[in-house]
Design a protein around this ligand. Structure first.
Ligand SMILES: NC(=O)c1ccc[n+]([C@@H]2O[C@H](COP(=O)([O-])OP(=O)(O)OC[C@H]3O[C@@H](n4cnc5c(N)ncnc54)[C@H](OP(=O)(O)O)[C@@H]3O)[C@@H](O)[C@H]2O)c1
Length: 244
């Protein structure tokens, strides 16, 4: 039976890049996103890939995902990638309960429940969980209470799960990308001018003097997912921004 990978948030950006790699290697790949049109666009470039609409806040979507793996893949899963996420900037003064809930849902509650539900599959394959966190969960920035704390939390969850699941052979690691060229800022609703200003400011803080590309993240993801004896690590792939 083919190897199988589920990439939550695989319809674009970093998740899409990881999906493309495994698709081209001949794996069975299931990608998710909230927007059906984006999923269809991704599928157009990877015929035969499986897609499901999944909003991490929707418990029915989670049940659909698990049903898909049980019914279509006979409960086999080798890798779970938690890449689903979006960003929101905001000062402490103006923070709202809904923005906190949204960020914690997307980056903490969603990935935790998904990992928990996939555990029975991953235990059988001695599989791997890869969390896509962020340099914002390592380096301290102002105006990022919700997103920064959510990503820092996901870094800690990576280590907790790694320790908890090592006895059953499941590896858990994280990549903490720095500023990477994807549509994440556009999806957050920022206008072109604001996006350029944010990108310019980020670039100036990066020791290697350029923003990342999806391929920069994918190459490290592939190498960590290839390792059978690495667990509980958070790898910054960020041009050095987290040490600047
Ligand atoms: N790009 C960067 O600079 C950067 C840096 C550090 C960390 N990251 C992290 O990397 C991950 C991937 O981001 P990206 O840059 O590749 O952005 P992206 O291109 O916007 O991809 C995000 C993916 O997640 C899905 N998604 C977003 N919010 C979701 C939610 N609440 N529930 C379910 N799916 C959701 C999106 O599809 P829909 O929009 O259709 O839902 C899409 O498939 C995120 O966790 C992000 O925080 C990105």
């Amino acid at each position: 039976m083919n190897n199988k990978i589920l990439i939550a948030g695989g319809s674009s950006g970093i998740g899409y890049g990881i999906a493309k790699h495994f698709y081209e290697k001949g794996w069975d790949v299931l990608i998710t996103g909230r927007n059906k049109d984006k999923l269809n666009l991704a599928k157009a470039t990877m015929p035969g890939i499986h897609t499901l609409v999944y909003d991490s806040a929707d418990e029915e979507h989670l049940a659909d995902l698990i049903n898909f793996i049980e019914s279509n893949w006979n409960g086999k899963l080798d890798i779970l990638v938690n890449s689903a996420g979006h960003v929101e900037l905001g000062s402490l003064k103006d923070i709202s309960k809904s923005s906190l809930e949204d960020m914690y849902q997307a980056h903490l509650i969603g990935p935790t429940l998904l990992a928990s539900k996939c555990l029975k599959f991953l235990a059988a394959t001695k599989g791997h969980i890869l969390n896509i966190t962020s340099s914002h969960g390592i380096k301290v920035y102002s105006d990022l209470s919700a997103y920064g704390s959510a990503k820092a939390g996901l870094n800690m969850l990576t280590k907790i799960w790694a320790l908890e699941l090592a006895p059953i052979g499941v590896k858990v690691n994280a990549i903490a990308p720095g500023p990477t060229n994807t549509d994440i800022l556009k999806s957050a609703g920022y206008d072109e001018e604001t996006i350029l200003a944010i990108q310019d400011s980020e670039k100036k803080q990066i020791p290697l003097q350029r923003r990342g590309n999806v391929e920069d993240i994918v190459s490290v993801a592939v190498s960590i997912l290839d390792s059978e004896w690495t667990t509980g690590i958070i790898i910054p792939v960020d041009g050095g921004i987290s040490i600047s």
